[in-house]
Design a protein around this ligand. Structure first.
Ligand SMILES: [Zn+2]
Ligand SMILES: [Zn+2]
Length: 124
């Protein structure tokens, strides 16, 4: 199998296991050890390629480097832990207001605070 294919497969597996949006450095950390030749440049290239194929979609949080998650998930919101900087998927709890004359198609909510591990001081 071509090296590029193997690298992308490893990266896809990292996302499937994580079940939360990941940044490039998190992908490298998770996939790097079992994937020979994987470095930051190859991770960036693979992420770009997977976005181009429509397998990944960027998750842009204000003031943050982009993270990515598998495309086509049903609507959910995100939670960012201010201590460990990880981002999690959370269920949407938003009830959209009725805005006369507007056709509301989407919204984005980013909750922040401490994840369960950080809140209890059990992070690693
Ligand atoms: Zn945390
Ligand atoms: Zn929502």
């Amino acid at each position: 199998m071509a090296r590029q294919t193997r690298q992308r497969q490893a990266i896809r597996r990292v996302f499937e296991d994580a079940q939360r949006p990941l940044g490039a450095s998190e992908v490298l950390e998770a996939a790097g050890s079992q994937t020979p030749g994987l470095g930051m440049a190859t991770v960036y290239r693979a992420l770009k390629g997977l976005v181009g194929e429509g397998w990944l979609t960027p998750v842009e949080l204000p003031g943050e480097a982009p993270r990515y998650e598998p495309a086509g998930k049903k609507h959910h919101d995100h939670f960012r832990c201010r201590r460990c900087d990880r981002v999690f998927e959370v269920e949407c709890t938003v009830r959209l207001p009725k805005l006369r004359g507007f056709l509301v198609e989407d919204h984005e909510v980013v909750l922040s605070g401490l994840c369960p591990q950080c809140a209890t001081g059990r992070r690693r």
